[in-house]
Design a protein around this ligand. Structure first.
Ligand code: NDP
Length: 271
């Protein structure tokens, strides 16, 4: 029988993870099945336990359960511990092991797929929610010149920067305090795009060869990328690459095999 994996979310019907993992399994010859499972908002832990009892080997976790998944784990990787959130669960011997592959996925997309080194560069991360939190450690590992976290609620950005202060040159602030600064990479980790909004950013933020990156993805430009395009920002990317890379990292955690992400990303973009 194939080994069973799934993604838990609510909602989860829109998830591309089953398609991505099916492509990984076909490419690597790993015998797995992977499905999307809707967990009730007040029933995440029960859903996980039922999946384990039915023989599940691992699961991804998406909105809104990443923090609850963190609390449910009996073991946590260092990067999950740092992020305070878990998107990858492994079940074995009665243990629930938690990992967080979101930040590693983002950095792989930036550095390898988009050929955008972070070392010595000035990076701006917009947002201070779960996705931003997962990204801070892996970005700082790349030794940027500066990482600024800016958020609508400035306190949250400042707290986050304080939490990661031991890992590199990071500072938190509100959007208005960015006036007069320029950045080589601007990453939108807010959910503003979901509401069709662009964070209120001062002019002149993008350096002449900057990359504008939106963790959100969809057909065509997100509102953030459309805004950056209008400003003449030369390089734009959405979060589909991050999604595929975090999935590949989860696949590696579970199976010890790293899939080739390029053909999978091509296929998803084609679709
Ligand atoms: P959270 O709900 O944890 O955080 C939301 C963040 O967005 C907060 O910082 C919030 O600010 C800010 N925000 C919300 N609305 C606005 C607005 N109108 N203007 C400015 N800021 C706003 O969400 P996540 O961190 O989990 O997700 C963030 C985004 O990243 C989502 O679009 C999600 O789809 C995407 N994502 C993509 C992944 C991928 O693989 N591509 C993986 C994970 C996430 P405040 O603190 O002030 O409320």
């Amino acid at each position: 029988m194939s080994d069973r994996y799934c993604v838990f979310g609510n909602p989860v019907g829109h998830s591309k993870s089953p398609a991505i993992h099916a492509l990984f399994a076909r490419q690597t010859g790993e015998d797995i099945v992977y499905e999307a499972l809707l967990a009730p908002r007040d029933g995440f832990a029960d859903s996980v336990r039922a999946f384990v009892a039915a023989g599940g080997r691992g699961a991804n976790v998406t909105v809104p359960f990443k923090e609850e998944a963190f609390r449910l784990c009996t073991q946590r990787s260092a990067r999950a511990q740092l992020a305070g959130a878990v998107n990858t669960l492994s079940f074995a011997g009665g243990e629930i092991a938690g990992d967080n592959t979101d930040g590693a996925g983002l950095v792989r997309d930036l550095v390898f797929n988009l050929k955008t080194p972070l070392a010595g560069r000035r990076i701006l991360l917009l947002g201070a929610g779960g996705a931003a939190r997962g990204a801070l450690g892996p970005i700082l590992e790349r030794e940027p010149e500066a990482l600024v976290v800016a958020n609508r609620t400035a306190d949250r950005a400042e707290d986050l920067a304080l939490h990661f202060a031991g890992f590199g040159p990071v500072r938190g602030c509100g959007f208005a305090e960015l006036t007069g600064e320029t950045f080589d990479v601007v990453i939108n980790a807010t959910s503003a795009s979901l509401a069709g909004e662009v964070p209120p950013l001062p002019e002149g933020l993008f350096s002449p060869d900057a990359l504008a990156y939106d963790m959100m993805y969809g057909r065509g430009d997100t509102v953030f990328l459309a805004h950056a395009r209008q400003l003449g920002v030369p390089r734009l990317a959405d979060g589909l690459g991050m999604l595929v890379e975090q999935a590949a990292e989860a696949f590696f955690v579970w199976r010890g095999v790293r899939p080739d992400t390029a053909p999978v990303l091509d296929q998803l973009r084609g679709a």
